[in-house]
Structures are given as C-alpha cells and as structure tokens.
Write a protein that binds this ligand. Structure first.
Ligand SMILES: Nc1ncnc2c1ncn2[C@@H]1O[C@H](COP(=O)(O)OP(=O)(O)O)[C@@H](O)[C@H]1O
Ligand SMILES: [Mg+2]
Length: 495
C-alpha cells in the first residue's frame, strides 16, 4: 500500500486487492520514524486510471471477435491487469501521534514512498486514546482483540445510542448498565418494552452478578405514590402536560389544593375530589377537573394509601442498584404521568443532595418525555448529577439540539438515507464517515463516537452477555408450539 493523495482530512491510499484485508471503520497506521498517523478506512473503491474505459472496451471487443489467446511472451498482460485492478482505500485522518502524544495542529505528512502502512490493533488505539479510567467496561472486540471503554466516560455525560431495529442497541445498553451497577452506580431505566426486568437472571437460570441489586417497579402494582408525596407542582404539571387541562381549570385546582391543605393538614385524592364536588364551580371547570382526577385515581399509581413506601426509600441504595421502571403495559398517558412524577422527584432529591448522582436510561423517550423536558434533562438535571443515556431507533425523534450536546454516540446500522442524515448532524464526527460506515455496519457492530473514545471513532463488535436479555414479547408461534409440546410430554410420561 502507498499513500496516493491527501485532501484536508481525507487520505487516499493506493492498494492492490491482495493487500486489502481492511474493513470499513478499521484503522490504518501510517508511520515514518517515530511519528504516525491514525487513519480510519471509510470506503474502498476502484482507482481512477486514465484511459481505463477505452482499454477495457478494447479488451472486451477483442474477446468477442477473437477467442484465441493474445500473443504475450513477456506476460505483460498480468501486469496491466494488476494495475487495472488497483483500489483506492479512502481514509479519514483522525490524529497524528508524535512520540507518545497526540499533536492536534501538526502539519506533518508521512512520505509517500518511505512510509509504512499497517493495520492498527485495539491496544494501540487504546493507548493513543489514553483511556485511563479505573473502571473498565469490556464492550467487545476491535479486529478480534478485546476493547474496553471507561465507565467514567458515561458519568456526567450525555450519551445517545441509535441504530435501526434489532441491531443490538438494547443489548449494549444492558451490557453497559449492568457494568455500571457492578461498579456501584445507581441506574434508573425507563423500560418501554419490559426487557430489563430479567437482568437479575443468567441465561442458564442462575443469578446474575446484579441479582441482589436489581429491582423492578411496576407502576400501579408495586409502585405507588401518595398524593401528598406528588406535591402540588408536579400534580399541576401532570394535569397540564399529561391531561391537557385548560388553564382556567388548573388555576381552580391550585386554589382547591391549597384549601384542602390548609383545612385538613394534608392532601388526599379523596379530599380533592370531595371538595371539587362540593365547591361552587363553573360546570365545565368541575367537569374538567373531576374527569381528570378520576382518570388519575383509576391508574392506581397516585393513591391515598398511607403504607406506601416513599420513592426516596425505594431509590436508596448502597453499592449500586438498577431500578427498572416497567412502562410496558401502561397507557401512554399513564406512562407520561409516571415519568413526569419520577423526573420531578429525581430533580428534587438530587437538588437536595439526598441522592447520589444517577444514570438515567431512557428507551424511545419521545413516547413519554414531554418536549420541554429534553433541554431540562441535558442542562439543569445533568448539572445536578443525572447522566442521561437515550436509546432510540428513530434518530429524528431526538431534537437536533440534543445531538449537538451529546458527548457519546453509539451508532448501529442505518440504511435509510433520512435516518443517516439526521444522525450525521452530530458535530463530533464528519458526516461522510457516519454515512459510509454506519450504512455498512453488520448487526451487533457499532461505531463508538465522541468522548468515550476520545474522539477517535472505533467500530466494535459488541460482546455477548450472560444475563437474561429477553423481554416478554408474546409470540404466537412460540405459544402454539409450546401448547402443542406440553401434551406430548405428558403423553410420554403417561406411556
Ligand atoms: N452482541 C450481541 N451478542 C449476542 N446477542 C446480541 C448482541 N446484540 C444483540 N443481540 C441479540 O439480538 C437481538 C436484538 O437485539 P436488541 O438489542 O434487542 O436490538 P435493538 O434494541 O437494537 O432493537 C436480541 O435478541 C439480542 O439479545
Ligand atoms: Mg431495543
């Protein structure tokens, strides 16, 4: 291989097919003396050789006219064929390393003739990135060699995991969140598909490493909150943002809540409903409030039950915990209500420093996060100690401003142009790389971008994990197979 040309950060390398064992996303080291350059392969194409079209046409025509071999005593043919088969390996220069440090503004260029080009291994990449965190997360392999990132890279950072369906997003999220809990972190998961609920078990049925630090909250069942604990502000937010309560009615509600509080010392749903019924109110206001309070009561999540453990006690932990909020079988409005409550409660607890910093995993957040919360999460709440990790297969569901603030992006395959366009907007990598690499990633491979790889994007094959990652999707054929299967076993036992 030889360097052919360089334009800005694009390096074209000339190679013959026999030399090319490169995959898109892989790194090449171009070295000369004690300096080297890390260049990431983004595409492989044919070399543009002058006159190639005419030459090939002549060859094809000759083949058609004359089937006999052309007289070629010096075997020049094979040489020209070789030249015609030359490839251009297009790379993006990611960094220049002099001695053992990255030089950002270096104007150094390796020699076209004397430089040495070889594949870069995972160890070299890690040493250039200087990943020196104390807590390693084994993500998978790079070119067959193990690759780790630092757990610290997610701490206080905004991470986005995206890619099309079934490519392995939730899988890597389970891998990362399990590791974070093992390191003692508190991880809260908004589990839209009910697929984090079994992470306490291993595939073979035994207990997983986080079995004792894994708790599933089922809203309305083992997760309820007292009306008083919800508080007026959050209750108002729920009425306004989840149940679209008109402002005239919510103003009345504000007044009534305060009246109940004043007269009875504490607020319960029952009292609120009773007072609304008794008070002289405009019929439409009464109707608006009553229907909404009834709906809220029917969810079974906000309750007057005194014995309910407060969320603060549930979330408390020593030595790490994964708290899975199972949003799976909830109505969209109930989901949004639960999230509204949790986010406001978490903010309150973090603000009062009654909670250690937490990691918040939100899958398909656009389904339950109200618009104004996006910015709030990545600005105010992040400073209070909440590190968000958004997972989605619809990249355009995350506002563009959020992408721009993302520290880490874990990108799986996308083939759809519009999706690629949306994700290419992330400012931490050039859009050409995103488009060419992401489009060619096989399932279970991802491109790590941003802070967690110190801006040297790497393609990783994500490893397997030995926890039960299955959600509870009910499949028709599986069910009917099982139903067919059971009587057969029973029959055999009887026989
Ligand atoms: N690296 C991996 N090793 C083993 N199985 C994987 C890996 N990545 C994904 N899978 C499996 O592939 C399927 C789809 O992955 P999943 O993470 O649910 O996809 P997504 O969330 O992107 O839709 C799941 O059954 C998952 O267990
Ligand atoms: Mg998923």
């Amino acid at each position: 291989m030889k360097i052919f040309s360089k334009q800005k950060d694009t390096l074209d390398i000339l190679a013959f097919p026999s030399e090319i064992v490169v995959e898109k996303g892989q790194y090449l080291v171009v070295s000369e003396g004690d300096k080297f350059m890390l260049a990431q392969v983004v595409d492989v194409s044919y070399a543009d050789i002058p006159g190639i079209l005419e030459d090939m046409l002549r060859e094809v025509s000759l083949e058609i006219v004359n089937h006999e071999n052309i007289f070629d005593p010096f075997d020049m043919g094979s040489l020209t064929v070789m030249i015609k088969e030359a490839r251009i390996v297009r790379c993006k220069i990611r960094c220049i390393v002099e001695g053992d440090r990255i030089v950002h503004n270096s104007s150094w260029l390796p020699s076209r003739f004397r430089s040495n080009i070889s594949a870069a291994g995972a160890d070299l990449l890690r040493s250039v990135m200087k990943l020196a965190g104390k807590r390693k997360i084994h993500i998978g392999t790079v070119g067959g060699e193990d690759f780790w990132v630092d757990a610290e890279s997610f701490d206080g950072r905004l991470t986005i995991i995206t890619g099309k369906k079934e490519t392995g997003k939730s899988h890597i999220m389970k891998l990362i969140s399990t590791a974070l809990v093992e390191y003692g972190a508190l991880v809260i998961v908004f589990d839209i598909n009910g697929e984090y609920v079994n992470l306490n078990r291993r595939v073979d049925g035994g207990q997983s490493s986080i079995a004792l630090r894994h708790e599933v909250l089922e809203p309305g069942k083992n997760f309820k909150v007292r009306t008083e604990d919800v508080g007026l502000r959050t209750f108002m937010d729920i009425l306004i943002h989840v149940y679209d309560t008109p402002s005239s009615s919510s103003r009345e509600f504000f007044r009534i809540w305060n009246a109940v509080k004043r007269n009875r010392g504490k607020v319960t749903l029952k009292d609120l409903i009773e007072i609304i019924q008794k008070t002289q109110l405009h019929e439409s206001v009464k109707e608006a409030l009553m229907s909404r309070l009834m709906a809220i009561e029917a969810t079974g999540i906000i309750t007057d039950d005194e014995c309910v453990t407060s969320f603060e006690d549930v979330v408390k932990c020593i030595g790490g915990k994964m708290l899975v909020i199972n949003l799976r079988d909830l109505l969209p409005s109930t989901r949004r209500m639960v999230v509204e409550y949790l986010l406001s409660k978490l903010t309150e607890l973090l603000q009062a420093r009654r909670l250690p910093p937490i990691f918040l995993v939100a899958e398909e957040a656009h389904l339950y996060l109200r618009d104004t919360y996006w910015d709030d999460i990545v600005t105010r709440m992040r400073h209070l100690g909440l590190s968000p990790i958004f997972v989605t297969n619809q990249p355009d569901s995350i506002p563009e401003t959020i992408y721009r603030q993302a520290d880490n992006v874990i990108l799986f395959n996308f083939t759809n142009e519009a999706d690629l366009e949306a994700i290419a907007k992330t400012s931490r990598i050039d859009s050409e790389s995103v488009k060419t690499i992401a489009a060619s990633l096989p399932p279970r491979y991802c491109l790590l971008i941003g802070y967690l790889v110190k801006d040297i994007p790497v393609v990783v094959k994500v490893r397997e994990i030995d926890v039960e990652t299955m959600g509870k999707t009910r499949l028709f054929f599986e069910l009917s197979d099982r139903q067919l299967h059971i009587p057969k076993v029973v029959r055999e036992q009887v026989a």
